[in-house]
Design a binder for this molecule. Structure first.
Ligand code: A2P
Length: 205
C-alpha cells in the first residue's frame, strides 16, 4: 500500500482502507517484470462516439455508474487530442444518496466553471432531496424535470447513456414513456428509432 493509492477521508484526514482502490493497489504492489493479465474493453455499447465533436451526450448515472462518464469528460475537457476537439454538449445526471457520496464532484464542478457552454451537471440526491410527489429524488425525476429539453435534443440526434444500477431502468423507461405520451408521441416507436440510430447506450449491472 502506498499513500497515492490509499483513500484518505477528506474530513477526518484518516485512511479508510475500505475505500482503497483494488486495481491501483494491485498495480502499485507489483514489481518491475511481474506479468499482469489485462483484458477488455468488452462490448462497444459504452464507447464514446468521437465521429462528431459537436454531438450532444446525455449521461445518466447512479453511483459508481459515473465511471465511464468520468472518462468521457476527461477526454472532452482535459486531454489534448489532435483528432477530437469537443465542442458539443455533455450533460451529466448523477444520482447518489447524499452530498457526501457525490463522486468526483470537484472535477465535474470545475468543468462547469471552465466550459459553461459545453457542460451541464445535475445531481439527484435521493436521501436529501424530495421529488415533486414527496418521494426520493432519483435520476428519473431529474430526467422528467428536463424532459422537454431532453426530448428535443434526442430528436436532433443526441446520444443518451445509462450506467449504474440495473434497477433504475424500469423507472426511467416508465418516466420516458409517460413524458412521450404527454407529448403525443409513441415511446415504443421513439425507442426503436433511437436504438436503430445508435443513440441509445445502456450498461447496467
Ligand atoms: P437510494 O439508495 O437512496 O434508494 P448505490 O449507491 O446503491 O449505487 O445507489 C446510487 C443511487 O441510486 C442512490 O441514490 C440510490 O438511492 C439510487 N437508486 C436506488 N434504486 C434506484 C432506482 N430504482 N432508480 C433510480 N435510482 C435508484
Amino acid at each position: 500500500m502506498c499513500p497515492s493509492c490509499c483513500f484518505y477521508d477528506p474530513e477526518t484526514g484518516k485512511e479508510d482502507p475500505s475505500k482503497n482502490g483494488v486495481c491501483s493497489n494491485f498495480l502499485c504492489d507489483s514489481k518491475p517484470g511481474d506479468k499482469v493479465q489485462v483484458t477488455g474493453p468488452s462490448g462497444k455499447v459504452m464507447l464514446l462516439p468521437e465521429d462528431d465533436p459537436k454531438a450532444t451526450h446525455i449521461m445518466i448515472a447512479t453511483g459508481t455508474g459515473v465511471a465511464p462518464y468520468r472518462g468521457y469528460l476527461r477526454r472532452m475537457f482535459m486531454e489534448d487530442i489532435p483528432t477530437y476537439h469537443f465542442n458539443g454538449l455533455a450533460w451529466l445526471f448523477l444520482g447518489v444518496a447524499n452530498t457526501d457520496s457525490l463522486l468526483y464532484d470537484d472535477e465535474f464542478s470545475s468543468y462547469l466553471d471552465k466550459y459553461p457552454d459545453n457542460f451541464r451537471y445535475d445531481r439527484a440526491l435521493s436521501r436529501e432531496q424530495k421529488n415533486r410527489n414527496g418521494g426520493k429524488m432519483y435520476v428519473q425525476d431529474k430526467i422528467e424535470e428536463y424532459s422537454d429539453e431532453i426530448f428535443k435534443l434526442l430528436d436532433k440526434g443526441a446520444h443518451i447513456y445509462f450506467c449504474g444500477l440495473r434497477g433504475m431502468m424500469p423507472g426511467i423507461q416508465e418516466t420516458l414513456k409517460r413524458v412521450a405520451e404527454e407529448r403525443g408521441e409513441s415511446w415504443d416507436e421513439k425507442l426503436s428509432q433511437l436504438k436503430k440510430n445508435k443513440q441509445w447506450h445502456v450498461e447496467v449491472y
